[in-house]
Structures are given as structure tokens and as C-alpha cells.
Design a protein around this ligand. Structure first.
Ligand SMILES: Cc1cc2nc3c(=O)[nH]c(=O)nc-3n(C[C@H](O)[C@H](O)[C@H](O)COP(=O)(O)OP(=O)(O)OC[C@H]3O[C@@H](n4cnc5c(N)ncnc54)[C@H](O)[C@@H]3O)c2cc1C
Length: 596
């Protein structure tokens, strides 16, 4: 039987891709080596955090499943950066690792998605046309569109010290052949690497010696529905010691990275403990987070302690940490090296520039993290379904939020290390907050068939009430100024205002929050709105597809080289290419005006 969309991979990108494609009513199959492991979290058992929680909020707004699975299986939640502004406040939800995967599989089963067991060996291409995929046993699976979401599995090699073996991650075989097929289509592959910390047997840890971080009560959630155990468990903190650092420094030659065995480039913002000790040599100690792996599991996860040093040494390193003097390692830390695509060879809808109907999402596009993978999976799955239906590709512009920035950065600039989302990458972060993702994206989700019209009606009603309340505050007089001006004073709160001047009907807590943010940060919000106009203005200057950049008078040599390679579609995209100067943009604008 033929499919409209075949998704290769059951990780966080593959899950969202299949889920989004199925929302459009097309026939979807998800092919994965091991269906029981769909939704596995190979690294930390947590969703969200700075930059990432905003991605999850957008995935939720666009009808994705990650937020639902995380909320249902949460065991501890925390709002990070609470003392900072609303732009950077970020929810982090610690989940039960096993339950998360089961919940994700349960949600997936709500839509008619066929899960097939198999290793995809190649794209099935005839006469330059994509016909589907072929598995290692020679089976052909016909499909109009294919989403490759192979994660760390393509050409995967895991490293424990200087010993390596082919694997996609611990205990799972690599995808041995798919890389060749992607290369044959014309894609460039690079070697990236990432790593994970050791898991420790919980009953071997002296928790009395650790600093406790209690869960927040009431718990936070991505969907407004925290699960039954969301405030159940604490997490803990410990620190590296002088002995830990000495052990690492004295044994760096045993690290495959420092010995030069690993050629792949690792994530700068998620460095191994070896990297931290070497790069920040003057730092005496590094903070580590000790996180439970689940409600009933016997393991704790040592966040911040990822390593590729040999297992014997890991024992000593772990035992040098306060509270871990008698620790028993259940699973050793390791690094994984894998093939990843150059994302500049994709469109903004995550489609291959070389083979129509081929899409790619997740770690395979050069990113790192579950949330980054989920966000891309959703977009790629949506566009794969649209391709199968003969509809044009859609994308999220940069100014629409975090997913827009993620894709724009990947496709427009590329990345030479595993890309991780951060709030600082988003110019309009005060406009594109996690709390207003519903307002920004639900209208698009409804237009694209990812959510229902009732959802749109609900969100419109919510923001109508917010607007009405803002108008009421504008008209209110308090201490000689309007209610809005009064609220802008740092010492005043909306809660205090409500006590004195309650509205005709009370607002829901999430509506009241919107009112307070909009009133308190009005000045900054206006400034960002002006910046958005400027971005849109540059966006409104398209660059003709075949423009011969060497013939644009006044462009620097660097600009000619980079713009010819990256082929930005608008002046705004050209402006974001690193190394492009204002003088290059002026030259480009003058030239475009002349052409017009
Ligand atoms: C060791 C390790 C360390 C990590 N460290 C970090 C970190 O420090 N920070 C961070 O943010 N993230 C880290 N991650 C990354 C995080 O796990 C990924 O970003 C995320 O899981 C990517 O999701 P994905 O869907 O792209 O791929 P994955 O979750 O890797 O899923 C890939 C899926 O594709 C399937 N598959 C692959 N090839 C084929 C094929 N040919 N045929 C059929 N099925 C196939 C696999 O079976 C799997 O189901 C780490 C991952 C690993 C393995």
C-alpha cells in the first residue's frame, strides 16, 4: 500500500512530523527501527528551559503533542528566570522518562498513523523523482513525501573513552546506509557529536549531603493541565571538587575528543565536563543537577557531567562529588558521533532543495535537543502532507517567534556545531513570549488545518477580554493618572489595582497575566513593535532568484561569496548572514531599486 507521507524515525522530530501530517487527513506511516522506543529521551529527562520552553509553547499552539506528553508525565516543574522579565521566563518540566515515551506513543495512536518496524536503507528515487523509501530487507515503501528524522543514528558511532563501536545511541544499532542515499541526492553531510552523563543508582547516593530543590507548588505546565505527579519529587544539586578537576586534567589523553579520535563537532552550549574544566580552567567548581529519572526508577541523572572519558575513570570522577562517595554507576556516560545534513540545503519549509518531496527534521539537520527536534518535525510533517496534497509549502517568518528564528537561522545561515535554541537568538523575544504563543500561532494552526475553529474562537475570546480590560484601565483614574500609567510604576501591581477597582467580571489568571505584562512593559513592547516593522520592511524587498551577486556594484567580496552560496530570498535574510555589513545592504537595495 502506498502512503502520502512516510516519516523515518520515532524520535521527537519524527513523532511531531507524523502527528502533524496526520492532522491533514493524509495517509501516514512512521518507520522506525524499534517501535517500542518511540519517544525515547536519550539524554536528560526534562522538557523546556530557556529558549526551549518557548519552542514547546509554540509547538503546543500549533497543535503538536510534546507539551501534552510532558505535562501528563511531569514529576517536578520549575519556572526559571522568574525574577527576570517575561521574555525570558522559562518553564522546565522534569518528566518520568519511561512514562513520557509511553504517553507519546499513546497520543500518536489517537490518529491513524501506521507504525512500521524497519531500518530505512535508502530513498527510493527513480528518474530523479522520489517514490518512497527502501528498507534494509529490500522492501519498498511507496510515498509521495518522505520526512527524514534519523536523529543521532546516521553513521552513528558511540565512544566510551577511546573505545568506539557503531551505534545510534546506547544499546541501539546505527542507521548504516541512509547517509549514502542522502549524499547521492546531492546533500552535504558533516560529522557532529554530542554526549550524555552517567546514570547513578539512586540507593547509592547520600542525598543528605545534597542541596534540595523542591518542586514548585502549584506546578507549572505547557498546556494548562499539569499531570497528577507534577509536584511529586524534588531535584538536588552538588558540585565538582578539586579532585574531580585533577582527575580530568591528568587523564585528558584518554578522552577521544582530546586525543583527536572524534572528528565531529560538539554542542558549545552543552559542553562535556572535560570541556568545562579545560575551557574554564580558573573555575574551582561547577554546579551539577541531580535529577530523578522517574517516579519508580532507581536511577538519577547527573546533569552537567556528560563525558566521554573511560568508564573506570568515570567511577572515580563520580565518587569525587559530595554525596556520591559510594555511588554506583548504572549506565556510563558516552559520546555519540553522527552524520548531519547541511541545513542551508533545505527550504524554509524544511524541504530538500535537490529532491522535491524530501523533508528533514531534528538532530539530523544539525540541531541539538528534543524541543528543537519537535519544532522542526511539526513544520516538516505539515509541509510533507501539504506536498502530498499538492498545496504550496508554508513557513514561519522570523518575526513570528522561536520556530521562525530556529528555521531561519538553520536555513539562512547554517550551523557548524549542534544548534541549540536560546532566548538571546530571538530579536523580538518580548513580543514572542511563551505565554502569548496561542495568540501568535493558533490562527495559523487553524488556517493550516492543525487545530479546530473552536480553538480559534477560544483564543480570540481570551484576547478580546484582555483588550477590554486594557481599555478599562486606560479610562480609570488613580492618583491623578490613568490605570495603565499607574501600573507602569514598578511598585504597583495589577493585583493591588484589582482590589481597589475590580472589573465587572473577573478575568482568568492567564488573562490577568496578559493584562499585567502588556501594561507594565508597554514601552519595551512598543520598541519591539517598531523593530518588527523594520524587519518586515526589509523582508518586503525580495531578491530575484537568479540574481548574479558578483554583478551587484559595491558588494564586498565576502558578501558576494556568502550571498551566492546561501541565496537569501529577501534583503532581511541577507542582513542576517554573518559578515554582511550595512554598506552591503545599501548596495543591494540600490541595485534592486535600479532593477525594479
Ligand atoms: C548520547 C546523546 C547525548 C545527547 N545530549 C544532548 C544534550 O546534551 N543536549 C541536548 O539538548 N540534546 C542532547 N541529545 C539530543 C537529543 O536526544 C536529541 O536532540 C533529540 O532526541 C533529537 O530528536 P530526533 O527526533 O531528531 O532524533 P532521535 O531522538 O535521535 O530519534 C531518531 C529516531 O530515528 C530512528 N531512525 C534513525 N535512522 C533510521 C533509519 N534509517 N530507519 C528507521 N529509523 C531510523 C531511530 O530509531 C529513532 O527512533 C543527546 C542525544 C544522545 C543520543
Amino acid at each position: 500500500m502506498g502512503y502520502d507521507v512516510v516519516v523515518v524515525g520515532g524520535g521527537h522530530a519524527g513523532l511531531e512530523a507524523a502527528w502533524a501530517a496526520a492532522a491533514l487527513g493524509v495517509r501516514v506511516a512512521l518507520v522506525t527501527v524499534n517501535p517500542e522506543r518511540i519517544g525515547t529521551m536519550p539524554c536528560n529527562p526534562a522538557v523546556g528551559g530557556p529558549g526551549k520552553s518557548q519552542l514547546v509553547a509554540e509547538v503546543v499552539a500549533l497543535g503538536g503533542l510534546m507539551g501534552r506528553a510532558a505535562d501528563a508525565t511531569a514529576i517536578h516543574t520549575r519556572m526559571l528566570n522568574r525574577s527576570k522579565g517575561p521574555a525570558v521566563q522559562s518553564l522546565r518540566v522534569q518528566v518520568d522518562r519511561d512514562l513520557y515515551a509511553l504517553k507519546a506513543q499513546e497520543i500518536l495512536a489517537e490518529r491513524p498513523i501506521e507504525v512500521l518496524r524497519g531500518e530505512v536503507a535508502a530513498l527510493w528515487v527513480e528518474g530523479g523523482k522520489l517514490l518512497g523509501v527502501r528498507t534494509v530487507d529490500g522492501r519498498g515503501i511507496p510515498a509521495k513525501a518522505v520526512v527524514v528524522a534519523g536523529g543521532t543514528f546516521l553513521g552513528g558511532v558511540v565512544w566510551y573513552g577511546r573505545r568506539s563501536r557503531p551505534a545510534g545511541r546506547q544499546g541501539e544499532p546505527p542507521a548504516r546506509f541512509l547517509s549514502q542515499s542522502l549524499k547521492a541526492v546531492g546533500h552535504t553531510l558533516r560529522r557532529f557529536k554530542t554526549g550524555t552523563p552517567p546514570r547513578i543508582r539512586a540507593d547509592s547516593v547520600d542525598f543528605e549531603r545534597l542541596e534540595v530543590v523542591p518542586p514548585e507548588v502549584p506546578p507549572g505546565s505547557f498546556t494548562g493541565n499539569p499531570g497528577p505527579f507534577a509536584a511529586k519529587l524534588p531535584t538536588w544539586q552538588t558540585r565538582t571538587t578539586e579532585r574531580t578537576h585533577r582527575l580530568i586534567r591528568e587523564n585528558l589523553h584518554l578522552s577521544p575528543l582530546y586525543a583527536g579520535d572524534i572528528v565531529g563537532i560538539g554542542p558549545r552550549y552543552c559542553p562535556s565536563i572535560e570541556d568545562k574544566v579545560v575551557r574554564f580552567a580558573d573555575k574551582e567548581s561547577h554546579l551539577l543537577f541531580v535529577e530523578p529519572d522517574g517516579l519508580a526508577t532507581s536511577e538519577v541523572y547527573l546533569q552537567g557531567f556528560s563525558s566521554s572519558l573511560p568508564p573506570e575513570l568515570q567511577e572515580e570522577m563520580v565518587r569525587s562529588l559530595p554525596g556520591f562517595e559510594r555511588a554506583v554507576i548504572q549506565r556510563y556516560a558516552y559520546a555519540v558521533e553522527y552524520d548531519s545534513l547541511d541545513p542551508t540545503e533545505l527550504t524554509r519549509g524544511l524541504q530538500s532543495r535537490f529532491l522535491p518531496g524530501l523533508f528533514a527534521a531534528g538532530q539530523v539537520n544539525g540541531t541539538s535537543g528534543y524541543e528543537e527536534a519537535a519544532a522542526q518535525g511539526l513544520l516538516a510533517g505539515l509541509n510533507a502532507a501539504r506536498y502530498a496534497l499538492g498545496l504550496p509549502e508554508v513557513h514561519l517568518p522570523r518575526e513570528s517567534g522561536y520556530i521562525g528564528v530556529l528555521v531561519d537561522d538553520l536555513v539562512g545561515r547554517g550551523t557548524d556545531e549542534p544548534y541549540r535554541m536560546m532566548t538571546s537568538r530571538v530579536e523580538l523575544r518580548l513580543l514572542c513570549r511563551a505565554d502569548n504563543a496561542d495568540e501568535r500561532l493558533i490562527p495559523l494552526a487553524v488556517a493550516w488545518g492543525l487545530r479546530s475553529k473552536e480553538d480559534l474562537a477560544r483564543v480570540e475570546a481570551k484576547y478580546r477580554r484582555v483588550a477590554e480590560e486594557l481599555r478599562r484601565l486606560e479610562a480609570l483614574r488613580i492618583e491623578g493618572v490613568s490605570g495603565l500609567q499607574w501600573l507602569r510604576r514598578p511598585e504597583n501591581t495589577y493585583e493591588a489595582l484589582l482590589e481597589r477597582f475590580p472589573p465587572p467580571s473577573p478575568l482568568a489568571p492567564e488573562e490577568a497575566y496578559q493584562v499585567e505584562v502588556r501594561a507594565k512593559y508597554a514601552g519595551y513592547i512598543e520598541r519591539q513593535e517598531r523593530l518588527r516593522e523594520k524587519m518586515r520592511d526589509l523582508e518586503a524587498h525580495p531578491i530575484p532568484e537568479g540574481l548574479d551577486f558578483p554583478k551587484v556594484p559595491g558588494l564586498s567580496r565576502e558578501a558576494v561569496e556568502k550571498l551566492s552560496r546561501l541565496r537569501p530570498r529577501t534583503v532581511a535574510e541577507a542582513a542576517r548572514v554573518p559578515g554582511i555589513r550595512d554598506s552591503d545592504l545599501t548596495a543591494l537595495l540600490v541595485h534592486l531599486r535600479r532593477l525594479a
